[in-house]
Design a protein around this ligand. Structure first.
Ligand SMILES: C[S@@+](CC[C@H](N)C(=O)[O-])C[C@H]1O[C@@H](n2cnc3c(N)ncnc32)[C@H](O)[C@@H]1O
Length: 225
């Protein structure tokens, strides 16, 4: 991990994945464990009650979505709906997405990552995903030409994220306004009903991109579902 490679980005402080224990009751879903499975793998961080996850899985049967939510009551609502809909291409996971990703996701394996309305505490920029050293690890799990989609109603968060994508992570990004009739998540519905502007940032991983974690894998044994 600390090998002397020329990094593509400007993030000096390195994330330390080896310090994170696996989440309680951790098991690796079959789709991830099966190395022969070529179904595009998508990750959603902070899925809430799962509105987006359920409709995405339903509309994209050719893709597999792993949707993670750490707040118990939201996860329970999500999990109940997921069980009732029996979508084979959706794994609803109750965990902290950082520890879970470190232990479950292989390098260069995700086609897309959704982070929809993360809403950090307004005065704590360290909670913004592109401000975290973990973001470098997340980029190492993304495939070449894979996409991170970050959506927020907080204009300052979007401005910071757009600047960090360029200046810190040296990544191409495109910023959009979310259409007024979009209804992907409960928070999106709420903000757009209040006539707030919602922003979306699409970040792509170029072919030449290098991180410190491109070959890093956890040493925990695989526990398969
Ligand atoms: C403001 S809510 C948005 C939920 C949903 N994406 C939506 O738009 O309706 C943000 C969610 O992210 C979850 N979250 C934040 N950090 C997380 C993490 N590290 N791992 C898993 N979930 C996280 C919170 O528990 C919360 O439910």
């Amino acid at each position: 991990m600390t090998e002397n490679i020329e990094l593509t980005h400007q993030q000096e402080r390195a994330f330390q994945p080896q310090k994170l224990s696996a989440p309680r009751d951790f098991i690796i879903p079959k789709t991830i464990a099966d190395t022969e499975d070529e179904t595009p793998l998508i990750l959603e961080i902070g899925a809430g009650k799962g509105k987006h996850a359920l409709s995405f899985a339903l509309q994209n049967p050719d893709k597999h979505l792993i949707a993670i939510e750490r707040t118990r009551n939201k996860f329970e609502a999500f999990s109940k709906l997921a069980r009732s809909q029996q979508l084979r291409n959706l794994d609803a996971i109750h965990a902290d997405a950082i520890a879970w990703t470190v232990h479950a996701i292989k390098p260069n394996s995700l086609a897309k990552i959704f982070i929809l309305y993360p809403n950090p505490e307004q005065h704590n920029p360290n909670q913004q995903w592109l401000n975290m050293p973990f973001f470098e690890f997340l980029l190492s799990r993304l495939q070449v030409d894979g996409e991170v989609i970050l959506v927020t109603n907080i204009e300052a968060y979007m401005n910071d994220a757009e600047r960090q994508a360029t200046k810190v992570w040296c990544l191409p990004s495109v910023r959009y306004r979310v259409p007024k009739d979009s209804q992907r998540t409960h928070f999106e519905v709420k903000y757009l009903a209040r006539q707030e502007v919602c922003w979306e940032l699409s970040i792509r991983k170029p072919k030449w991109y290098k991180t410190r974690f491109d070959h890093w894998q956890p040493s925990t044994p695989d526990i398969k579902k």
